[in-house]
Design a protein around this ligand. Structure first.
Ligand code: ATP
Ligand code: MG
Ligand code: FE
Length: 336
């Protein structure tokens, strides 16, 4: 298959052409980070407006870079959810118009399935597979027994890992998005402030990051009260050490319990150097193959949507012209 994939769930307008769910023919991402920076987060109305301005350009560029015409395509895929409804709708309407104009089938894809399938563009996925999904809105451990099968083993009960990174970054007066800045500071630090590890009940694969975030806020507050200066790098390292230790330990325990053949990391926070190193070392010692996509495929892109959509298309999944944005869409198995 040759699938034109479109992604507009949050603040990147993206289009890509993917062959057989494994090969990137073209991959175009237009980021809006600069426009949202001064607000310290994504502003939905601004995101939608940017998507409207960029979507046609980005789709045309994906075709031009691939040196392909619409008649050579097999299908159009688009992120159906989860995400910002106004943002999702721009991509969905563009996909519908393109599919209708060129007589192509349309496939509505789950954003997190996309993040997981980014790995298939690097290394063919092997099952049973365990995915640690860590992004701006999600933190979960997903078990896959075959393509299109998703079982939620654990998830965050409050903040997502990326959300915690961005909130802690604000406390440290770092620019949005804060994840990469905390990562960099943590690597420069020679010392770490000791913050708690939130394990929850014995045996649980769930996560909680809001307590850790509060611990950082309290630490800063107490230091301020005493008239002492905090060392941002020491706080960053303390926070990151806690996040990485819990994510790694729970992923390892799940990998053992479900006897998986492959472990992958997915989502924006999997770009984190500390987390990548920790998972790489842990699974090398365990003897389980571990993969994580290159940085540009960790954060939002359309290539990952095209990879997931290939397997959906092959399994017979089809959307239609009534497709709507689904902000709270759940990750559902598509293999019947
Ligand atoms: P979702 O995928 O859950 O809908 P999203 O699409 O907004 O949310 P992504 O684009 O996958 O999320 O990831 C963005 C998040 O990744 C941000 O919170 C950002 O701070 C975080 N992030 C990016 N790079 C790093 C890094 N090096 N270390 C830690 N966090 C990072
Ligand atoms: Mg984003
Ligand atoms: Fe994402």
């Amino acid at each position: 298959t040759y699938i034109l994939a479109i992604e507009t769930s949050c603040d990147e307008t993206a289009a890509a052409i993917i062959k057989n769910g494994t090969d990137i023919i073209s991959n175009v991402v237009s980021s809006q980070i600069e426009s949202h920076k001064r607000f310290g987060g994504v502003v939905p109305e601004i995101a939608s407006r940017h998507h409207v301005e960029q979507i046609t350009i980005v789709i045309e560029e994906a075709l031009t870079k691939a040196n392909m015409t619409p008649s050579e395509l097999t299908a159009v895929a688009v992120t159906e959810g989860p995400g910002l409804v106004g943002a999702l709708l721009i991509g969905i309407n563009a996909a519908k118009a393109f599919a209708f104009a060129h007589g192509l089938p349309i496939v509505g894809t789950h954003h997190i399935a996309g993040h997981i399938y980014a790995n298939n563009l690097v290394q063919p996925m092997e099952f049973p597979l365990l995915a640690l999904v860590v992004s701006g809105g999600h933190t979960e451990i997903v078990l896959m027994n075959e393509h299109g099968h998703f079982e939620l083993i654990g998830e965050t009960r409050d903040d997502a890992a990326g959300e915690a990174y961005d909130k802690v970054a604000r406390v440290l007066n770092l620019p949005y998005p804060g994840g990469p800045h905390i990562d960099k500071l943590a690597h420069e630090a020679d010392e770490a402030v000791k913050f708690p590890r939130i394990w929850l009940e014995e045996g649980s694969y769930d996560f909680s990051f809001s307590g850790l975030k509060s611990a950082v806020i309290n630490y800063k507050h107490n230091m301020d009260q005493r008239g002492e200066e905090i060392v941002a790098a020491h706080v960053a390292k303390g926070f990151q050490d806690s996040v990485v230790e819990v994510l790694t330990a729970k992923t390892l325990r799940a990998a053992r319990e479900f006897n998986v053949k492959q472990v992958i990391a997915a989502g924006g926070v999997s770009a984190n150097k500390g987390l990548r190193t920790s998972l790489e070392e842990t699974f090398a010692a365990e003897g389980i193959p571990f993969y994580v996509p290159p940085l540009n495929l960790c954060t939002d892109n359309a290539a990952m949507i095209g990879a997931a959509a290939h397997y959906m298309f092959v399994a017979g999944e089809r959307g239609n012209m009534a497709m709507n944005g689904r902000p709270g869409m759940e990750l559902k198995t598509w293999v019947k």
